[in-house]
Design a binder for this molecule. Structure first.
Ligand code: C5P
Length: 243
Protein backbone atom coordinates (compact mmCIF):
# COMPACT_ATOMS: atom_id res chain seq x y z
CA UNK A 1 0.00 0.00 0.00
CA UNK A 2 1.30 3.45 -0.89
CA UNK A 3 2.30 5.61 2.02
CA UNK A 4 0.30 8.81 2.39
CA UNK A 5 1.79 12.20 3.08
CA UNK A 6 0.77 13.54 6.45
CA UNK A 7 0.31 17.31 6.43
CA UNK A 8 -0.68 17.83 10.05
CA UNK A 9 -1.55 15.90 13.17
CA UNK A 10 -3.52 17.43 16.03
CA UNK A 11 -5.26 15.88 19.01
CA UNK A 12 -8.47 14.87 17.31
CA UNK A 13 -7.57 14.86 13.63
CA UNK A 14 -4.89 14.02 11.08
CA UNK A 15 -4.72 15.67 7.65
CA UNK A 16 -3.23 13.82 4.68
CA UNK A 17 -2.56 15.06 1.17
CA UNK A 18 -5.64 14.36 -0.95
CA UNK A 19 -5.86 12.54 -4.29
CA UNK A 20 -6.25 15.75 -6.32
CA UNK A 21 -4.48 19.09 -5.95
CA UNK A 22 -6.49 21.31 -3.62
CA UNK A 23 -7.94 18.37 -1.67
CA UNK A 24 -7.11 16.92 1.73
CA UNK A 25 -8.13 13.75 3.55
CA UNK A 26 -9.31 14.56 7.08
CA UNK A 27 -9.01 11.63 9.50
CA UNK A 28 -10.93 11.69 12.82
CA UNK A 29 -9.10 10.14 15.79
CA UNK A 30 -10.53 8.91 19.10
CA UNK A 31 -8.16 11.08 21.15
CA UNK A 32 -9.60 13.96 23.10
CA UNK A 33 -8.20 16.71 25.27
CA UNK A 34 -9.64 19.46 27.43
CA UNK A 35 -8.38 22.45 29.39
CA UNK A 36 -5.65 23.15 26.87
CA UNK A 37 -4.49 19.52 26.84
CA UNK A 38 -4.20 19.20 30.65
CA UNK A 39 -6.81 16.43 30.52
CA UNK A 40 -6.44 13.68 27.90
CA UNK A 41 -8.19 10.43 26.97
CA UNK A 42 -8.87 8.05 24.13
CA UNK A 43 -12.63 7.65 23.70
CA UNK A 44 -13.33 4.59 21.60
CA UNK A 45 -15.61 5.32 18.64
CA UNK A 46 -15.57 9.11 19.00
CA UNK A 47 -13.76 9.65 15.68
CA UNK A 48 -16.30 7.55 13.79
CA UNK A 49 -19.21 9.50 15.32
CA UNK A 50 -17.62 12.90 14.68
CA UNK A 51 -16.78 12.00 11.07
CA UNK A 52 -20.43 11.12 10.47
CA UNK A 53 -21.84 14.09 12.40
CA UNK A 54 -19.52 16.62 10.77
CA UNK A 55 -20.51 15.17 7.37
CA UNK A 56 -24.18 15.61 8.28
CA UNK A 57 -23.86 19.25 9.39
CA UNK A 58 -21.49 20.32 6.59
CA UNK A 59 -23.66 18.65 3.92
CA UNK A 60 -26.71 20.47 5.27
CA UNK A 61 -24.82 23.77 5.18
CA UNK A 62 -23.60 23.14 1.61
CA UNK A 63 -27.22 22.39 0.65
CA UNK A 64 -28.52 25.71 1.95
CA UNK A 65 -25.73 27.66 0.25
CA UNK A 66 -23.33 28.10 3.17
CA UNK A 67 -20.06 26.95 1.61
CA UNK A 68 -17.93 24.47 3.55
CA UNK A 69 -14.77 22.49 2.89
CA UNK A 70 -16.66 19.17 2.90
CA UNK A 71 -16.62 17.18 -0.37
CA UNK A 72 -17.52 13.61 0.61
CA UNK A 73 -17.06 10.98 3.27
CA UNK A 74 -14.52 8.34 2.29
CA UNK A 75 -14.88 5.77 5.06
CA UNK A 76 -15.73 5.40 8.77
CA UNK A 77 -13.03 7.81 9.91
CA UNK A 78 -12.13 9.89 6.88
CA UNK A 79 -13.59 12.54 4.67
CA UNK A 80 -12.36 14.38 1.59
CA UNK A 81 -12.23 18.15 2.06
CA UNK A 82 -11.14 21.19 0.08
CA UNK A 83 -7.83 22.65 1.03
CA UNK A 84 -8.32 26.13 2.45
CA UNK A 85 -6.04 28.76 3.91
CA UNK A 86 -7.23 28.76 7.51
CA UNK A 87 -7.78 32.17 9.10
CA UNK A 88 -6.10 31.95 12.52
CA UNK A 89 -9.33 32.58 14.44
CA UNK A 90 -11.67 30.37 16.42
CA UNK A 91 -15.09 31.89 15.97
CA UNK A 92 -17.46 31.17 18.84
CA UNK A 93 -21.20 31.84 18.63
CA UNK A 94 -23.19 31.76 21.87
CA UNK A 95 -26.96 31.58 22.35
CA UNK A 96 -26.98 30.68 26.06
CA UNK A 97 -24.37 31.45 28.70
CA UNK A 98 -21.95 28.60 29.45
CA UNK A 99 -18.26 27.78 29.67
CA UNK A 100 -15.82 30.58 29.28
CA UNK A 101 -18.51 33.28 29.02
CA UNK A 102 -20.04 32.28 32.38
CA UNK A 103 -16.60 32.12 34.00
CA UNK A 104 -15.34 35.38 32.54
CA UNK A 105 -18.43 37.52 33.09
CA UNK A 106 -20.02 35.74 36.05
CA UNK A 107 -23.22 34.98 34.14
CA UNK A 108 -25.22 31.95 35.30
CA UNK A 109 -24.84 28.93 33.04
CA UNK A 110 -28.00 28.44 30.98
CA UNK A 111 -29.12 32.06 30.82
CA UNK A 112 -30.53 32.85 27.38
CA UNK A 113 -28.52 35.66 25.86
CA UNK A 114 -30.40 38.72 24.55
CA UNK A 115 -28.99 37.97 21.08
CA UNK A 116 -26.40 35.59 19.66
CA UNK A 117 -22.94 36.76 20.66
CA UNK A 118 -20.08 36.18 18.21
CA UNK A 119 -16.58 36.07 19.71
CA UNK A 120 -13.17 35.81 18.11
CA UNK A 121 -10.29 33.90 19.67
CA UNK A 122 -6.77 33.89 18.29
CA UNK A 123 -6.05 30.29 17.25
CA UNK A 124 -2.90 29.50 19.19
CA UNK A 125 -2.73 26.48 21.51
CA UNK A 126 0.39 27.70 23.32
CA UNK A 127 -1.50 30.84 24.33
CA UNK A 128 -4.76 29.00 25.10
CA UNK A 129 -6.69 30.59 22.17
CA UNK A 130 -7.11 34.02 23.81
CA UNK A 131 -10.14 36.21 23.18
CA UNK A 132 -9.30 39.05 20.79
CA UNK A 133 -11.15 42.05 19.41
CA UNK A 134 -11.59 43.16 15.81
CA UNK A 135 -8.89 45.75 16.53
CA UNK A 136 -6.33 42.98 17.10
CA UNK A 137 -7.52 41.11 14.02
CA UNK A 138 -7.19 44.21 11.82
CA UNK A 139 -3.92 45.41 13.35
CA UNK A 140 -2.19 42.04 12.99
CA UNK A 141 -3.66 41.44 9.53
CA UNK A 142 -5.34 38.13 10.41
CA UNK A 143 -8.44 39.12 8.41
CA UNK A 144 -9.56 42.20 6.50
CA UNK A 145 -12.72 44.28 6.76
CA UNK A 146 -14.56 42.29 4.07
CA UNK A 147 -13.42 38.99 5.62
CA UNK A 148 -14.86 40.08 8.97
CA UNK A 149 -18.21 40.93 7.40
CA UNK A 150 -18.24 37.55 5.65
CA UNK A 151 -17.16 35.71 8.81
CA UNK A 152 -19.99 37.33 10.81
CA UNK A 153 -22.56 36.48 8.17
CA UNK A 154 -21.30 32.87 7.81
CA UNK A 155 -21.27 32.40 11.59
CA UNK A 156 -24.85 33.62 12.03
CA UNK A 157 -26.08 31.46 9.15
CA UNK A 158 -24.37 28.42 10.68
CA UNK A 159 -25.99 29.33 13.99
CA UNK A 160 -29.49 29.56 12.49
CA UNK A 161 -29.08 26.30 10.60
CA UNK A 162 -27.58 24.37 13.52
CA UNK A 163 -30.09 25.77 16.04
CA UNK A 164 -33.00 24.69 13.83
CA UNK A 165 -31.63 21.23 13.08
CA UNK A 166 -30.92 20.55 16.74
CA UNK A 167 -34.20 22.04 17.97
CA UNK A 168 -36.07 19.63 15.67
CA UNK A 169 -34.60 16.70 17.62
CA UNK A 170 -35.12 18.20 21.08
CA UNK A 171 -31.61 19.57 21.57
CA UNK A 172 -30.63 23.15 22.42
CA UNK A 173 -27.60 24.61 20.64
CA UNK A 174 -25.98 26.51 23.50
CA UNK A 175 -22.83 27.57 21.65
CA UNK A 176 -20.33 26.34 19.10
CA UNK A 177 -16.98 27.08 17.50
CA UNK A 178 -16.14 27.17 13.81
CA UNK A 179 -13.06 27.86 11.78
CA UNK A 180 -13.11 29.60 8.44
CA UNK A 181 -10.70 29.30 5.51
CA UNK A 182 -10.03 31.08 2.25
CA UNK A 183 -10.24 29.38 -1.11
CA UNK A 184 -9.28 30.95 -4.40
CA UNK A 185 -11.38 30.58 -7.54
CA UNK A 186 -9.72 32.41 -10.44
CA UNK A 187 -9.48 36.04 -9.43
CA UNK A 188 -11.93 35.58 -6.57
CA UNK A 189 -11.41 34.66 -2.96
CA UNK A 190 -14.21 33.01 -1.00
CA UNK A 191 -14.55 32.11 2.67
CA UNK A 192 -15.76 28.64 3.59
CA UNK A 193 -16.52 26.85 6.85
CA UNK A 194 -13.61 24.49 7.61
CA UNK A 195 -12.36 22.09 10.33
CA UNK A 196 -15.29 20.18 11.86
CA UNK A 197 -18.72 20.71 13.36
CA UNK A 198 -19.41 18.03 15.96
CA UNK A 199 -20.26 17.61 19.65
CA UNK A 200 -16.53 18.26 20.26
CA UNK A 201 -17.04 21.84 19.08
CA UNK A 202 -20.62 22.57 20.20
CA UNK A 203 -22.52 22.63 23.48
CA UNK A 204 -25.71 20.62 23.09
CA UNK A 205 -28.29 20.26 25.88
CA UNK A 206 -31.44 18.16 25.90
CA UNK A 207 -34.30 20.65 25.85
CA UNK A 208 -36.43 18.72 28.37
CA UNK A 209 -33.85 17.51 30.88
CA UNK A 210 -30.87 19.81 30.31
CA UNK A 211 -28.66 16.71 29.93
CA UNK A 212 -25.33 17.58 28.32
CA UNK A 213 -24.66 15.75 25.03
CA UNK A 214 -21.29 17.31 24.14
CA UNK A 215 -17.63 17.46 25.16
CA UNK A 216 -18.54 18.91 28.58
CA UNK A 217 -19.41 15.28 29.50
CA UNK A 218 -15.65 14.61 29.26
CA UNK A 219 -14.51 17.99 30.62
CA UNK A 220 -16.67 17.59 33.73
CA UNK A 221 -16.69 13.77 34.15
CA UNK A 222 -20.45 13.52 33.59
CA UNK A 223 -20.51 9.97 32.19
CA UNK A 224 -19.85 8.32 28.85
CA UNK A 225 -18.90 10.66 26.02
CA UNK A 226 -19.56 7.93 23.45
CA UNK A 227 -23.11 7.47 24.80
CA UNK A 228 -23.72 11.24 24.59
CA UNK A 229 -22.46 11.55 20.99
CA UNK A 230 -24.31 8.36 20.02
CA UNK A 231 -27.53 9.89 21.34
CA UNK A 232 -27.00 12.99 19.15
CA UNK A 233 -26.33 10.79 16.10
CA UNK A 234 -29.33 8.55 16.88
CA UNK A 235 -31.71 11.50 17.15
CA UNK A 236 -30.44 12.95 13.88
CA UNK A 237 -30.81 9.55 12.19
CA UNK A 238 -27.13 9.38 11.24
CA UNK A 239 -25.81 6.48 13.33
CA UNK A 240 -22.62 5.13 11.75
CA UNK A 241 -22.97 1.54 10.55
CA UNK A 242 -21.03 -0.83 12.77
CA UNK A 243 -20.24 -3.36 10.03
O1 C5P B 1 -14.79 27.32 26.30
P1 C5P B 1 -15.79 28.18 25.64
O2 C5P B 1 -17.02 28.46 26.49
O3 C5P B 1 -15.23 29.44 25.04
O4 C5P B 1 -16.34 27.32 24.38
C1 C5P B 1 -17.35 27.81 23.53
C2 C5P B 1 -17.68 26.73 22.49
O5 C5P B 1 -16.59 26.57 21.60
C3 C5P B 1 -17.94 25.35 23.10
O6 C5P B 1 -18.96 24.71 22.35
C4 C5P B 1 -16.62 24.63 22.93
O7 C5P B 1 -16.78 23.23 22.80
C5 C5P B 1 -16.10 25.24 21.63
N1 C5P B 1 -14.63 25.31 21.59
C6 C5P B 1 -13.93 24.50 20.70
N2 C5P B 1 -12.55 24.56 20.65
C7 C5P B 1 -11.88 25.42 21.43
C8 C5P B 1 -12.56 26.24 22.33
C9 C5P B 1 -13.94 26.16 22.39
O8 C5P B 1 -14.54 23.73 19.96
N3 C5P B 1 -10.56 25.45 21.33
Amino acid sequence: MARRTKIYEGTAKILYEGPEPGTIVQHFKDDTTAFNAEKKAVIEGKGVLNNRLSEFFMTGLNNIGVPTHFIKRLNMREQLIRQAEIIPLEIVVRNYAAGDLSTRLGIDEGMQLPRPIVEYHYKNNDLGDPLVTEEHIAAFGWAGQQDMEDILSLSLRVNDFMSGVMMAVGIRLVDFKIEVGRIYEGDFQRLIVADEISPDSCRLWDIETGQKLDKDVFRRDLGSLTDAYTEVARRLGVMPKTS
